[in-house]
Ligand binder design. Sequence first.
Ligand code: AKG
Length: 296
Amino acid sequence: EGVTVPVISLSQPHDVVVDELSKACSEWGFFLITDHGIEPSLIGRLKEVGEEFFKLPQKEKESYANDPSSGSFEGYGTKMTKNLDEKVEWVDYYFHIMHPPKKLNHDMWPKNPSSYRGVTEEYNVEILRTTNQILELLSEGLGLDGKVLNSSLGGDEIEFEMKINMYPPCAQPQLALGVEPHTDMSALTILVPNDVPGLQVWKDGNWVAVNYLPNALFVHVGDQLEVLSNGKYKSVLHRSLVNKERRRMSWAVFVVPPHEAVIGPLPELIDEKIPAKYSTKTYAEYRYRKFNKIPQ
Ligand code: AKG
């Protein structure tokens, strides 16, 4: 009741931004940022090309179908199949690698609309700049040199994965969820939704609804930042609801280390009094365990 998620303007004095971000990461693992420097018109175009893709005939979308058995989730997929032990996840999605250039395969990107590629590449440039800025501020929030989080996550090898979620209107929304409660295995997830509400974050034993704020970036702390910070920053549990009348969409960029990166609590943050609370392992191993529900 009356609890609202932190909204942080990046145009405030540097030390204020560092303090507010660090507090939000410790208390919520989630925050909205404004004054981030990404043009509203670019965010608008990103949404347009994604909406256009999802309006294509089903057959055309399915020509991009992913094949998770190949070990890759790139392409178009749906969760609208019955899963016996969980609610139906009422969502179609498109997933592809966006960065770094040597890891991406443009054959896996939507070719229709033809402007998809140019717009997404422009957005990638802005996400790269913003991610570097946030990681620097979050490093300082841990009392460390600004470069530490970026280099621990792989520096130039850090990957960005784009996932567009499309939640169709659902006649009986109480029987479904958009996505089940989960934490992201990324370091950070930077999301922009359309104006249909649905995202909820877990805080002190309650689900807190996140209101739409035009052009704000919705930033989730993921598991890798919780591990690196030795628990000072919390990976946020979140879920999304579906809507009876309107289609909800969201554009999530997962900021992840390369598979071979070894991630564990930063040595600067542990000593005899504060032992490591997490084990150290490659991101590939972390990912494997998370997918297979094996304790980390
Ligand atoms: C996910 O795709 O992992 C999400 O959590 C999406 C949340 C949202 O649509 O707001």
